[in-house]
Every structure is written in C-alpha cells, then in structure tokens.
Design a protein around this ligand. Structure first.
Ligand SMILES: N[C@@H](CCC(=O)N[C@@H](CS)C(=O)NCC(=O)O)C(=O)O
Length: 206
C-alpha cells in the first residue's frame, strides 16, 4: 500500500490522521503534485494528493473517500469509529471545517496565479476570506459548546477542525480578520498528545 502525499496539504493530513487512528501508520510517499509526478499521474487523473494505492493496485483519490474506505474496511468496534455515535453532528462540524480548508487552499493556489497582484483583495478573494473568518467563528462556537474530543477518540470533526486551525496558523500568519479561537487552539494543543496529530503537523519540505 502506498500513500502519495506531500507535507503541507490539509487533505493529506486528514487522510493520514484517519489512517493512523485506524492503526494503519504507513510511511507516506512524498511527491510534488505540481510537478506532474508520474506515480501520482498514473494513479490519479487529477494529479492531486492524497492518493492511496492499495496493495492490489486500486487507487483511491480524495481524502473523504479514503476515510470512507477506512470506515468500511476497519470498522468499529475493532477500530475506533471516525464518525462517532453522533454521526450527523460529526459530519456537520467536519463540513464547516472542510469549507474553511477549501477556501484557504483556494486562496493559496490562486495567489500563485495572480502574483504579483494579491488575489486576497479581489471580490472572489474577499469571499474566500469571509468563508475562512465565518467558518472559523462558527467552528469556534461549536468547539466551545461541546469539546470535539470529549469521548476520548479523534472523530472526523476534531480531525478536520484541528487540520483547519493548524493550516491557518501555518499559511495565514498575519490575518487580523480571523476571529479569536481559544477553544479551537486548545483542542489543537490537546490533540497533539495523539501520535496521529503530532506526526502530521504541516511543514515545508526542504
Ligand atoms: N478534494 C480533494 C482535494 C485534494 C487537493 O486539492 N490536493 C492539492 C494539495 S492541497 C493538490 O494536490 N493540488 C494539485 C493540483 O490541484 O493540481 C481531497 O479531498 O483530497
């Protein structure tokens, strides 16, 4: 089995954390999705990470498809459920975090296209910024109302929320438009005790 990945993608992180939580801690195969790596292109027509290639050669693209494959092949109670007993709540909160992640990644990618003009201040850029700010405000309220790690496992909502806040802290260091996020930062700090979260912090590979 091979996980085609990079060290910065929040989608990769969601897949990797989920795999480790399901006791499938394989060393990722680091590829550059922007360099048309032949292994990635062969496995995924979209040439995107993460892409999981199973032992029989079946490729699974898309982070949430990898999560679904894990849930189906490594179900509870033998393995911890990523969806928890409150599946609707978990998926609802995960959806908020995924909206933020999409807006953040979109902003980072489109900046490369429009440079030296800053995409962020364009009408679409401001819309993405609003998604990040409002999404994190809603997620913060949800995290403050009910800790997403209260049952002692890392469910998909907590995985996506921590991935979102750590990615914003990694890529948007000077962002006064983001709301205060004490509950989410506390969740991120707490979950760093888990190998799945600690081993997958984003970094720029040299
Ligand atoms: N919906 C996909 C998004 C994956 C994605 O956009 N990955 C980015 C890295 S953050 C990528 O590989 N981009 C290369 C490209 O778009 O050509 C998922 O959930 O896995």
């Amino acid at each position: 089995m091979q996980l085609l990945a990079n060290t910065t993608s929040p989608y990769v992180r969601i897949a990797r954390v989920s795999m480790i939580e399901k006791d499938l801690n394989i060393e990722p195969t680091i590829v550059d999705p922007w360099a048309d790596d032949v292994r990635l292109r062969a496995a995924n027509a979209a040439t995107r990470v993460p892409t999981l290639v199973l032992d029989d050669g079946t490729p699974i693209a898309e982070s949430l498809s990898i999560v679904m494959w894990l849930e189906a092949t490594r179900p509870a109670p033998t393995h911890p459920s990523l969806l928890g007993p409150d599946t609707a709540g978990v998926l609802s909160r995960a959806g908020v975090a995924l909206g933020v992640i999409d807006a953040a990644v979109h902003t980072i990618i489109i900046r490369k296209v429009t440079a030296p003009v800053l995409f962020d201040e364009t009408p679409v850029g401001l819309r993405r910024r609003r998604t990040m700010a409002e999404g994190m405000e809603r997620l913060e309220a949800l995290a403050a109302a009910q800790p997403m790690d209260s049952n002692g496992t890392a469910t998909l909502d907590a995985i996506c929320a921590v991935t979102a806040i750590d990615y914003l802290n990694f890529r948007f260091t000077d962002a006064p438009w983001l709301p205060p996020m004490p509950a989410l930062n506390a969740l991120s700090q707490r979950l760093r005790a888990r190998p799945s979260i600690a081993q997958t912090m984003p970094f720029v590979a040299s």
